[in-house]
Design a protein around this ligand. Structure first.
Ligand code: SER
Length: 589
């Protein structure tokens, strides 16, 4: 079976069971500037899981492009990828556990569909804790289709609970694993969820029945929903009987091409790791740049991820002795693979190619200098400080993460506080650099959009002060004219509340407070009270913007320097757009 057949039969299976086929949403979340990428099929569907009626009805299915940066440092092993496609089926307050599990089992094992040997199928279900009981209903459904008790594992929240980020719709889940004969169990305790590669997770059925609030508590959802996700690459590997995703048609031509370019005959384990990183990273960067927003490599937001992926690929290709221009020929293979499926890939081919050529030239110009500088600093001082990392970032274009990796190889941990301090001290330089950077791909971030972005942070903080911490961001969208902010709250605001929110925001604007940026480890930022939306999209080190002690949010920016630059804030419209979601439109004059 080829990938396209897998996509087609999945959609056919669920279409026959009353689901409407919907298109993949963009890799760029539509309404949420705080989140970098769509990281799961359910991500664009959050409003419907919270109760808003879906225009296509209560059952939908699709293939969704996803990108996860959380595991970026793991790429190179046999399982991790940054870009991947996810097959999914959803019930919005319609069918429940029994149907979802019975269909999952049928699709996986029936000879009419994937035809996996039922004896190779193991499942995990939620073991229960103080927030939610043990999921016996799911386990019983698995027993009723014939899975024996010894292949049903009860695991804790860490393994069997799905939530995107810190708050929002969530619930227990059941995961399905296929055993790979070629990779033996790593020991007597090897079980589904173990990373050794023997058990490969192919599908996850989530039983959305709770909503997690910002304060960490759970409340039952008004309706129970199903969210399932099946990774195309992994499932394809299992169907084709190959041990890893890199042995499928998605990666074979890319890997062969890289091997050929390297001119080598023999490949060590380390070579193979580098090759996997190169093909994963170039593929992901191509899929990001293919979006009609035309975001190329830059030093901010999604553009920075593109830069980080490409620069790492170039560096690793150098280690394999591959010459200049390899990214374009790899991109050609990726574009060819996806062009008929996602029309934007074909449409934006020229843009992608131009970006690759320019980025490689730009990086090569500085890379050898940067590495020489790194070595010199290390030789002279015996360490790499946060300040050195900052210098390498601003003056030599070496991504922070690459400096961190190079330092790690030498057993050095970069001091992030020092990096942040230097960043602040050189704010003026970095501000100028930032303006320059916008020309390289974020041109749509005009001055007015940046102002409205800062105003959005102030609005969220003010709403939480007036209405309480129940308010959390559900989506946001900014145009030249206005900001739009969707948030969780059970009713519309009263005129007095609107007035209070406006006053709070305008007072902060009048006080002309400095907008501060810091880089912090994710956990520390959250401990300090920074608001975050989807955890999935944040790396280990996060960028945090704060305005005095009024607002603190995880965000890639950009923002204005001081609140005094914003002008007068006014709420123009409010609307209830679904159960528990309110939308506000506001302007700056
Ligand atoms: N949201 C779940 C996941 O991404 C199921 O789709 O695994």
């Amino acid at each position: 079976m080829r990938a396209q057949e897998l996509r087609e039969i999945y959609l056919k299976f669920f279409k026959e069971r009353g689901h409407s086929v919907i298109a993949s949403a963009s890799l760029f979340p539509e309404d949420d500037p705080t989140v970098l990428f769509t990281s799961a099929g359910m991500h664009p569907l959050v409003p419907y899981l919270l109760g808003q009626p879906h225009p296509e009805g209560k059952r939908v299915t699709n293939v969704q492009k996803c990108l996860r940066t959380t595991d970026i440092d793991e790429v190179g092993d046999t399982v991790h990828l940054t870009f991947f496609e996810m097959l999914g089926n959803w019930s919005f307050g319609d069918y429940w556990k029994k149907e979802a599990i019975t269909w999952s089992y049928e699709f996986l094992t029936s000879k009419n569909w994937l035809g996996f040997d039922p004896d190779k199928l193991s499942v995990t279900v939620f073991a229960g804790d103080k927030d939610s009981p043990r999921d016996d209903e799911a386990a019983d459904s698995w027993r009723s289709v014939g899975i024996p008790d010894e292949r049903i594992y009860f695991l804790s929240k860490e393994d069997n609970w799905w939530i995107a980020g810190n708050a929002g719709p969530c619930g227990p889940c059941t995961e399905m694993f296929i055993e790979v004969d070629e990779i033996p169990k790593c020991g007597p305790d090897c079980r589904p969820g173990c990373n050794c590669g023997h058990f490969v997770e192919v599908w996850n059925d989530v039983f959305m029945s709770y909503r997690k609030l910002e304060d960490g508590s759970y409340e039952p959802l008004k309706m129970n929903s199903i969210d399932t996700g099946m990774g195309v690459e992994r499932t394809l590997a299992m169907v084709q009987g190959v041990p890893t995703v890199f042995d499928t048609e998605f990666f074979i031509p890319l890997i062969e091409h890289v091997k050929e370019l390297s001119g080598k005959e023999e490949f060590t384990g380390e070579d193979n790791r580098l090759i996997r990183i190169i093909v994963d990273h170039v593929r992901s960067a191509v899929m990001i740049m293919a979006d009609d927003r035309k975001i190329g490599p830059s030093n901010v937001e999604q553009g920075y991820i593109v830069r980080r992926l490409l620069r790492k690929a170039i560096h690793d290709a150098d280690l394999l002795g591959i010459g200049q221009g390899f990214m374009n020929s790899l991109a050609d293979i990726v574009i060819d693979m996806f062009k008929d499926l996602y029309s934007e890939v074909k449409r934006n081919r020229d843009f992608i190619m131009k970006c690759l050529t320019a980025e490689e030239a730009k990086f090569r110009k500085t890379l050898s200098k940067a590495l020489r500088k790194f070595d010199k600093i290390y030789q002279d001082t015996g360490t790499i400080t946060g300040g050195d990392a900052f210098l390498l970032f601003t003056s030599f274009g070496l991504p922070l993460e690459m400096t961190r990796d190079l330092a790690k190889e030498k057993g050095i941990k970069i001091d992030m506080d020092e990096f942040t301090k230097q960043f602040e001290e050189h704010r003026e330089i970095s501000r100028t650099a930032t303006q320059g950077r916008f020309k390289g791909g974020l041109a749509e971030h005009s001055e007015q959009i940046v102002k409205l972005h800062t105003a959005t942070h102030l609005l969220q903080a003010a709403l939480r002060k007036v209405l309480g911490n129940e308010v959390t961001q559900n989506g946001s969208n900014i145009t030249e004219e206005r900001l739009r902010f969707d948030f969780t709250f059970s009713r519309k605001l009263t005129p007095e509340e609107i007035e209070k929110v406006e006053k709070l925001v305008n007072d902060v604007i009048k006080q002309d407070i400095k907008v501060n940026r810091q880089f912090l480890p994710y956990d520390e930022a959250i401990k300090k009270g920074a608001l975050a939306f989807f955890k999935e999209n944040y790396g280990e080190t996060v960028s945090v913007y704060s305005v005095g002690d009024f607002s603190m949010e995880l965000c890639g920016g950009p923002h204005v320097e001081r609140t005094g630059l914003l002008g007068k804030f006014k709420i123009r419209k409010q609307k209830k757009i679904g159960a528990g979601i309110v939308r506000i439109k506001a302007t700056l004059e």
